[in-house]
Design a protein around this ligand. Structure first.
Ligand code: MG
Ligand code: ZN
Length: 377
């Protein structure tokens, strides 16, 4: 009887328990392998690329025409909802505020709440942490998207005030258009209504340039303020300095800081191309934006300490593709359902430490909140 019990244990009970145990362990290990690899490794640098008005159809057109795009190297993907607090269809001010601060506001508001209280931005947190910061755009640097990161005004039209706040923001690199908002009333082309000389202010701390050709020859060791056009820069196909070249220069400067950096790069003219329902304009801007993303990605790949995020503030134009050819790399039936922004979700791409956080469907405020949390680690 006793032997039978031992026999029964060794040959029946024990194997059953071993199978149960092994199955359990196997499932646990599977759960570990299947769950996203949330690392305890936080990025020192963040590069945020914003394609203003870049929806999923825009990315599809880019892929069709280019064949291989930088955006497809990203493995962590998501979608974000873009509506504003009091507007279903957002503008770039409310959406920029959401991305920069993690809070929703009303259209036209630049990083202020519904009651006009300033909302602290990821760029301001980065400055506070001793990081260097940069803003690059292909429109005016005082326009809603870059302004949302470094200014607080109740109306985006107040670009004279935005210019002043940008100069005071502590940003190490600023490259874009909008020179006229920095020139005093008596200076040629100046749009200011006062005699404040913001260029003189900038030159106390930064190298100031207004000629795009000068950028590449500047030393990498000093901050730069490049105001390369009175208002917006020329279209991508007509620019003497590409968004990628601006990004490369900014990274060379910002990477000199041991505490890391935050850089926002905006493909700003994807949006006006959508407003104009101009497919040729649109695709030119998208191609150039993707090349700049490639520059950021290459930096992050070798640096291993940089989180790259690419997203949009909203879709523009209700762009749809009704015909084209992969072989001929062309779209022959571009359609536009709107001359304005739409509410469709926009894509989100992430690469680098903590990029897993951005997978899935989120609200645009999540991007701002997550970046601020990562900057403050
Ligand atoms: Mg913009
Ligand atoms: Zn727009």
């Amino acid at each position: 009887m006793k032997n039978f019990k031992i026999y029964f244990y060794l040959n029946v009970i024990k194997p059953i328990w071993m199978i149960v145990g092994l199955t359990f362990l196997f499932n646990c290990s599977q759960a570990v392998f299947n769950s996203p690899q949330i690392t305890e490794y936080y990025p020192q640098n963040i590069i945020l690329f914003i394609g203003d008005g870049m929806g999923v159809s825009q990315v599809t057109a880019l892929k069709t025409v280019e064949g291989v795009i930088a955006l497809e190297k990203f493995k962590q993907l998501g979608l974000i909802t873009t509506w504003a607090d009091t507007n279903y269809i957002t503008d770039s001010a409310a959406a920029g505020t959401a991305l920069a601060t993690g809070y929703k506001t009303r259209n036209r508001a630049i990083s202020v709440s519904l009651s006009n209280e300033p909302l602290k931005t990821v760029l301001e947190y980065a400055e506070e942490r001793g990081k260097w910061t940069g803003l690059i755009t292909t429109k005016s640097i005082t326009d809603a998207t870059p302004a949302s990161f470094a200014a607080h005004v109740d109306n985006r039209n107040n670009q004279i005030e935005i210019a002043e706040q940008l100069v005071q923001s502590g940003v190490e690199v600023a490259i874009g258009g909008g020179l006229s908002y920095f020139l005093s009333a008596s200076q040629e082309g100046g749009r200011r209504t006062d005699e404040v000389d913001l260029i003189a202010e900038i030159e106390k701390t930064h190298i100031f340039i207004r000629n795009p050709e000068e950028l590449s020859d500047l030393p990498d060791t000093q901050g730069v303020f490049g105001l390369l056009a009175m208002n917006n820069l020329p279209k991508a196909t007509e620019r003497s300095l590409s968004l990628g070249e601006m990004t490369e220069k900014a990274l060379r400067i910002l990477s000199n800081n041991q505490n890391g950096f935050f850089l926002m790069v905006e493909g700003a003219q994807i949006d006006p191309a959508g407003h104009e329902n101009n497919y040729e304009y649109l695709i030119g801007e998208l191609i150039e934006f993707d090349k700049a993303v490639g520059v950021g990605l290459a930096f992050a790949e070798s640096d291993r300490n940089t989180l790259v995020i690419v997203t949009a503030d909203h879709e523009t134009g209700g762009f749809a593709i009704a015909g084209g050819s992969v072989k001929k790399r062309m779209i022959d039936k571009p359609l536009f359902a709107s001359g304005d922004h739409t509410a469709t979700m926009v894509p989100l791409f992430a690469y680098g430490p903590q990029s897993e956080l951005f997978e899935g469907i989120h609200d645009n405020t999540f991007v701002g909140k997550a970046m601020i949390e990562l900057i403050n680690r």
